[in-house]
Every structure is written in C-alpha cells, then in structure tokens.
Design a protein around this ligand. Structure first.
Ligand code: HEC
Ligand SMILES: [Cu+2]
Length: 338
C-alpha cells in the first residue's frame, strides 16, 4: 500500500470514530455538567479516574515511543541484542505502581459510593419510594400521601432520600445531571439520595437492559423552588375534580369500564387496585405521556390506540376498538384531570 493510501485509510478510520462519538452527546454529556451535590461527587470520581488513566497512558506511550526509536535496528547492524530475563527491580516496580494507583482510585470510590447510599440525617429530607415497572416509573411520597408516575417532582436545595425497588425485572435509576445509577431489584430495597441545586427539568433514564422498551423507559425530574413544590403537593393531595360537562361524564364511564382494572385516579369514587399501571391523578398536567410523547390531544389518542407502537412490549393494551365518540369523551375526561 502506498504512503498516501495508508494515510487516507488512517484518516478515514479516525473520521468514523469521531462520527460514532457524536452519538454520545446525550445524556452522557450532562454527567460532566452536574446540577446537584450527588452529581458533583460522581463527577469528582470520574475526573480522578480520567486523570489517573491519562497519566498511565502518557507514561506508557512515552516509554514506548522512546524504546521504539532508541533501540531500533540500525543499518548494517545484524547483531542480536543482549537478552534480559527476569529483573526483580523492574517487576516489583510494575506491580507496586499499579497497586498504588488502584488504591488512589478505590478509596474515594468506595467512600463516595457508600455515602451516596446513606440515609441523609437531615430531618427535612424528602422521602420518595421508587418502584420500577416494565417500562414505567412509580413515585410514592409516603409522608405526603401522594402517588404519581413518570414525572418526579422535587424541591430545590433539599436532599431527596430514595427507596428503590422493582416490580418485575432489574432496572436502574439514573438522572445523569443529578445522580445515580442505582439498581432496582425485585424483592429488595436499595437506597440513595440526591438533590438539585437549580430549578429545572432533568432527564431520567433506565440504565439496565430490562426488555424491549428499555431504551424508552424515560422519566423526568422536575425540580422546583420549595414554594412551587408545596403548591404541587397541595394540588395532588386534593381530590380529583369530578366531571364538569356531559362529555367528561361520559368519558368517566368509558374509563371505569376499560381502564380501572389497571389505573387508579386518586380522590374519585372509582374503585380500583390500580397498582399495575401509572396512577393517572393529574395526568393532564404532566409534561409527557408515558415519559416520551409531548402531552397533547393528538398524542394521547395515538397512545391510547397503539401504545405498542410507541413502546414495544408495553403492558398497556390497545384501545383502537373504541368508537370515535367514546374516544373523544375519554380524552375529554383525561384532560379534565388536573
Ligand atoms: C392491562 C392494564 C391496563 C389497562 C386496562 C389500561 N392501561 Fe393504561 N397503562 C398501562 C401500563 C402498564 C402503562 C405504562 C406503560 C409504559 O409507559 O410502559 C399505561 C400507561 C398509560 C398512560 C400514560 C401514563 C403516564 O403516566 O404517562 C395513559 C394516559 C394511560 N395508560 C391511559 C389508559 C386509559 C385511558 C385506559 C383505558 C381506556 C388504559 N390506560 C387502560 C396499563 C393499562
Ligand atoms: Cu428498565
């Protein structure tokens, strides 16, 4: 191969890698821009590891290049170099240096990992129980008597203490800008805490391959100033509004006939177990439907008709069979749930 061709091959390989790396922008990028204490602690660990690894890489490459040039075969010299076998000094050196480097990495990693799993001793830490399901998230605030799904509201500047478990398979709770990851394992409760220093909406992901729609198991963390958060809590604690129009009334009937076996709406007289599907209290106010689609009338119809096209393998059945009138009434009822 000519020199020019070789160079071209090398450059195009780099170009392909560069192209592949652009796929890493979201959400990996935001790990490097934390918005909370736990996120900052994670970033410190990541940077410690990167510095150590960069140092090792640099030293090895420098020695490698030096040896390559210094001990290359010189023209006209066909002698066999001196063969060295076993050097106590060298071998101890390359056993002890990695041990020291690994210790520098391991000590902060362990202590950070344990302290992130601790129960915060602040008395006003907010407690949230998270239950993962294929492919949605349930958030319960035991002290406030609220259950919600897909959208986690938290107050800014306060530690939130999570108790995490799973209803089916192993999932993993991850909010790149705030913290995680922590596994959610059926039959076991893991704990972690995080906080948000700034108000905002932070993307959450499931970070454990859990089935067909694993990559679509998204949620949002809405961090609000305390006052706004309290308003949200007060609203969620109030009974859901009863239908105001004939349309909504008819929609409630469609709901009670088709949806109640799985979904709960708090504060209505609908009797349901409602723990197999997201709690729909205040569904009209969520930003997203199923954690994915922008919450509007068109998308709601799309979701109700073909949930499987949006989240393959979802346990929500299709309601394509509802006639147009029932569908419209049902949507009117859902839209009235604030
Ligand atoms: C067999 C149980 C089941 C039935 C019956 C059911 N659903 Fe669902 N529904 C689910 C599950 C499970 C999910 C979560 C899907 C996901 O995100 O993976 C869901 C999700 C939803 C969501 C999105 C919730 C959110 O938090 O974003 C809406 C809205 C919804 N269902 C409405 C309905 C309506 C309206 C009916 C009746 C016409 C209905 N569902 C009937 C199981 C059910
Ligand atoms: Cu999952």
């Amino acid at each position: 191969m000519s020199r020019g061709k070789r160079l071209a091959l090398l450059l195009s390989t780099f170009a392909i890698f560069a192209l592949m790396l652009t796929g890493c922008q979201e959400p990996a990028k935001s790990v490097f821009d934390p918005k909370g204490t736990a996120g900052e602690m994670n970033l410190d660990l990541i940077m410690t590891a990167i510095y150590i690894m960069t140092f090792v890489c640099a030293v090895v490459m420098i020695i490698f290049v030096y040896v390559l040039i210094r001990y290359r075969q010189k023209p006209g010299d066909n002698s066999i170099p001196k063969q060295v076998e076993g050097s106590m000094k060298l071998e101890m050196l390359w056993i002890i240096i990695p041990i020291i480097l690994l210790a520098i990495l391991a000590v902060p990693t362990l202590s950070t990992t344990f302290s992130l799993a601790e129960t915060p001793n602040e008395k006003d830490a907010l407690k949230v129980k998270v239950t993962a399901h294929q492919y949605w998230w349930e958030f319960e605030y035991p002290e406030l008597g609220i259950k919600t799904a897909q959208e986690l509201h938290i107050p800014v500047g306060k530690k939130v203490h999570f108790e995490l478990t799973s209803d089916d398979v192993v999932h993993s709770f991850w909010v790149p800008e705030l913290g995680g990851k922590q596994d959610l394992t059926p039959g076991q409760t893991n704990t972690m805490w995080l906080d948000a220093k700034e108000p905002g909406v932070y993307a959450g992901r499931c970070a454990e391959l859990c089935g067909a729609s694993h990559a679509l198991m998204n949620f949002e963390v809405v961090a609000q100033e305390q006052e706004k958060f309290d308003q949200w809590v007060a609203k969620r604690q109030k009974p859901s509004s009863e239908p105001q129009t004939a349309e909504q009334e008819a929609g409630k009937k469609v709901f009670s006939q088709n949806c109640m076996s799985c979904h709960a709406i708090d504060g209505t007289k609908l009797k349901t177990k409602g723990d197999k599907a997201p709690n729909l209290t205040g569904i009209s106010e969520r930003n997203k439907i199923a954690g994915l689609l922008e919450n509007n009338d068109k998308n709601m119809e799309k979701w109700l008709k073909h949930p499987d096209q949006i989240k393959p393998g979802t346990y929500m059945p299709s309601f394509d069979f509802l006639n147009k009138k029932d569908m419209n009434n049902l949507k009117a009822y859902l839209e009235s749930l604030e």
